[in-house]
Design a protein around this ligand. Structure first.
Ligand code: GUN
Ligand code: FE
Length: 406
């Protein structure tokens, strides 16, 4: 039994021990056959790509030009931003995700809309306006000065306002000049407790292009390293093709590599090598993310299923307990938010998901052979489950999604 007061968990334990301690009049909700887990945390997703997801036939650089940069230009319009932000957050909740680290578009109004909608729902979200000043359509470019000034204004407006947090967001090395990357570094020095997110080493053509744009850099990671973007609050999407030296720098700086399996498969970027992150004495910290709309599912369950398959192809494995740890406490720790989210402990926010392992006929049928083997049940959930397995999602103890009412 989980006891919630003022949006936080105040007790947890066997019902027969906890029930007697409840004050009279306490409202009790029973979930008979479901599992209650911490709400999922998605450490890499693009809020302006809800209408890019499922775009056919391209790899990264063409995909950006042909689909993504077209859709993202629509976010100059605040009304569009609001409608899309509302859809995006509700869709996350329908999938059991209660915290995400999200890219906005280049337009500061996209981030304003996103945080406004998040604040209304009481969710804990991390986001930032994308900084990009070259190799993109005019409608999607800022300048060194405006990207710095707009990011700073957004930090002052939103960072640590309630549950919202800011991430300085240079999109990736191809769309920023050296001077803009330096401006991102300056923001991190000025505001040491904001996050940083960008993309790193996702696609071979991308890596070659970066090398041509930054001929003096030792490697792709070094482009970011030289301007001070590595560190324990820095999240690097993909990291598929890093060499030993780059992995070592990631480890030495406690930077985070975010594994985005559905995206890596869908855009044909490559297979993440988990074992290579564990080689050095200090392993590289690894998060799990959907990367919608390069990714193909909002569901962290489906994301875990694809992570398992990617690692199978590398001769590596992903036990279900590890996968569920990554989507909850693991991702929370990467954000320095352990003890606040990602766990059902006293003091944590009551952000949780109620999962139904028998949500579909195939799951119900498979579950007949499992009995009370929790690891096997978790594996069925991640392999066969998706939004249909999310019975309900709670944020600060408030039910924001109920599958049976939707
Ligand atoms: N690299 C730069 N921008 C993007 C993006 O929007 N999605 C992905 N997957 N990679 C990127
Ligand atoms: Fe991405």
């Amino acid at each position: 039994m989980l006891v919630i007061q003022d949006g936080r968990i105040v007790a947890i334990g066997p019902t027969n021990e906890v029930e007697g301690t409840l004050p009279p009049g306490t409202i009790v909700t029973h979930y008979e056959r479901e599992l209650i887990l911490p709400g999922f945390i998605d450490t890499h997703i693009h809020f302006p790509q809800t209408q890019v997801i499922a775009s056919y036939g391209t790899q990264l650089l063409d995909w950006l030009t042909r689909y993504t940069f077209v859709e993202e230009q629509k976010y100059y319009d605040p009304a569009h931003c609001t409608r899309q932000a509302a859809f995006f957050l509700d869709e996350l909740l329908r999938n059991g995700t209660t915290t995400a680290v999200a890219y906005g578009s280049v337009h500061p109004q996209s981030v304003d809309a996103f945080f406004t909608e998040s604040e209304e729902r009481g969710t804990c979200m991390i986001a930032g306006k994308v900084m990009m000043n070259r190799n993109a359509p005019l409608g999607l470019t800022d300048t060194v000065e405006t990207s710095y000034a707009d990011s700073k204004t957004l930090i002052e407006r939103w960072h640590k306002r309630g549950r919202q947090r800011y991430a300085v967001t240079p999109r990736f090395a191809i769309t920023s000049t050296q001077a803009q990357l330096e401006a991102a570094g300056a923001l991190l020095r000025e505001f040491p407790d904001v996050y940083m997110q960008t993309h790193l080493s996702e696609n071979l053509d991308e890596i070659a292009f970066v090398q041509s744009l930054f001929p003096d850099s030792k490697n792709y990671t070094d482009v970011y390293d030289r301007v001070g973007l590595l560190g324990p609050r820095s999240l690097f999407g993909h990291c598929i093709h890093l060499n030993e030296e780059e992995l070592q720098r990631m480890a030495d700086t406690s930077s985070v590599a975010v594994f985005c399996p559905t995206s890596n498969l869908f855009i044909g970027s490559g297979l993440f090598d988990m074992a290579s992150t564990e080689k050095s004495k200090r392993p590289v910290r690894v998060g799990l993310g959907t990367d919608v709309g390069g990714g193909t599912s909002y569901s962290m369950l489906q994301t875990a299923a694809e992570a398992y398959k990617v690692l199978q192809l590398k001769g590596q494995n992903l036990p279900p307990a590890t996968a569920f740890y990554m989507m909850t406490r693991g991702n929370a720790d990467l954000l320095s938010m352990g003890g606040e989210i990602g766990s059902l402990e006293c003091g944590c926010f009551a952000d949780f998901v109620v999962l139904d392992s028998k949500a579909t006929p195939a799951m119900l049928h498979r579950m007949e052979t499992i009995g009370d083997m929790i690891e096997e049940e978790l594996f069925v959930l991640m392999t066969l489950g998706d939004d249909r397995a999310v019975r309900a999602t709670y944020v600060q103890g408030r039910k924001l999604h109920d599958r049976n009412l939707a």
